[in-house]
Design a protein around this ligand. Structure first.
Ligand code: 13P
Ligand code: SF4
Length: 316
């Protein structure tokens, strides 16, 4: 058994870099990871970018710093590779809001519908799906389908409502949500707006409609980052998980990013407790020990892979 001794941040980073070389591994991190993890990663991105990059990785080991469905997506796309995650209990409240058996019954209640699922789902839900989407490509993919196509969309009701409103579709929505994005406080954001009247409000489509209605930009983490970079504005209120502020600040050094608070936060920001389970120490441990490993049943993976590949094809 390996006994952990306390290491400084610099020692941990050096060890992670050494182990990564030794194990011929790549580290991928979502924008919601703590800044130190993003800085040590080979690739950072939103869910779409992480899936696209994973599909083309050559190294035999992928360490996915994010939440479980992200590791699962990488494993489904790369069944011959070892996919590791720093903390296997890093789940997702949105994926949890869509039980596969209940979703199968929902699909049965709506015969003749194309099933479109957000990537924040389990492999079992993906296996029931025709096309997977992310917040970065949902609009484009829905618009590529014939206008009269009947569609079921799950599990995020806020993203689904948003896509319905911008495309004029009438997709049947599963009633799921993310506990982080639903908790942003409209009142507190309006207060911040009063203090910073020039600040633009950036909103992830998993947020509730009232927030979407006052947003200056709605989009995935990558879309919001690009908007902040290209905008002439100097101040932004950011209504998505606060991890994204790290890369925003890095890419836009002269600009000010204010995290939007949640209804119950005292710290003035809004963190995903699942995303923040990952630490540098757990990342070092998983590289060193080769676990926790993401395992997906092979037969299930074949079915779950089809709608993800369709998404990758339609996002080109
Ligand atoms: P992105 O699609 O912007 O990466 O968002 C993923 C996610 O989990 C949002 O909560
Ligand atoms: Fe899931 Fe919400 Fe966390 Fe994103 S922020 S990983 S949707 S719980």
């Amino acid at each position: 058994m390996t006994v952990d001794k306390a290491s400084s941040k610099e020692e941990l980073i050096a060890e992670i870099k050494r182990l990564k070389k030794e194990k011929n591994a790549v580290i991928m991190a979502h924008y919601y990871q703590q800044g130190d993890i993003q800085d040590v990663a080979d690739y950072i991105g939103d869910s779409l970018a992480l899936a696209q990059i994973a599909a083309g990785i050559e190294e035999p080991v992928i360490v996915l710093c994010g939440v479980h469905f992200m590791g699962e997506t990488a494993k489904i796309l790369c069944p011959d590779k070892t996919v590791l995650v720093p903390d296997e209990s890093a789940g997702c409240s949105l994926a949890d809001s869509c039980d596969a058996d209940e979703f199968a019954a929902f699909i049965k209640e709506h015969p003749g519908h194309t099933v479109v699922s957000y990537v924040n789902t389990t492999a079992r839900v993906k296996a029931l799906t025709d096309i997977v989407v992310t917040s970065g490509n949902a609009r484009k993919i829905i618009e590529s389908l014939p206008e009269d196509e009947k569609i079921i969309f799950g599990p995020d009701r806020n993203l689904g409502n948003y896509i319905n409103s911008v495309t004029g579709r009438n997709m049947v929505l599963w009633d799921g949500a993310c506990h982080v994005h639903e908790k942003f406080s409209l009142e507190k954001i309006i207060e911040i707006k009063k203090e910073h009247p020039e600040a633009l409000l950036l909103v992830h489509p998993e947020c509730k409609k009232p927030l979407q209605l006052i947003a200056d930009k709605i989009g995935s983490t990558a879309v919001l980052l690009k908007f902040a970079k290209e905008s002439d504005a100097k101040e932004f209120i950011v209504a998505t998980e606060s991890g994204i502020l790290h890369e925003m600040q890095k890419q836009c050094p002269g600009k000010v990013f204010i995290p939007a608070p949640s209804t119950d936060s005292t710290c003035g920001c809004n963190d995903c407790s699942f995303m923040k389970l990952n630490t540098l120490e757990k990342l070092r441990n998983c590289l060193r020990d080769g676990r926790p490993e993401v395992i997906v049943d092979e037969v299930l993976a074949i079915e779950a892979r089809k709608p993800i590949e369709r998404m990758l094809e339609l996002s080109k």
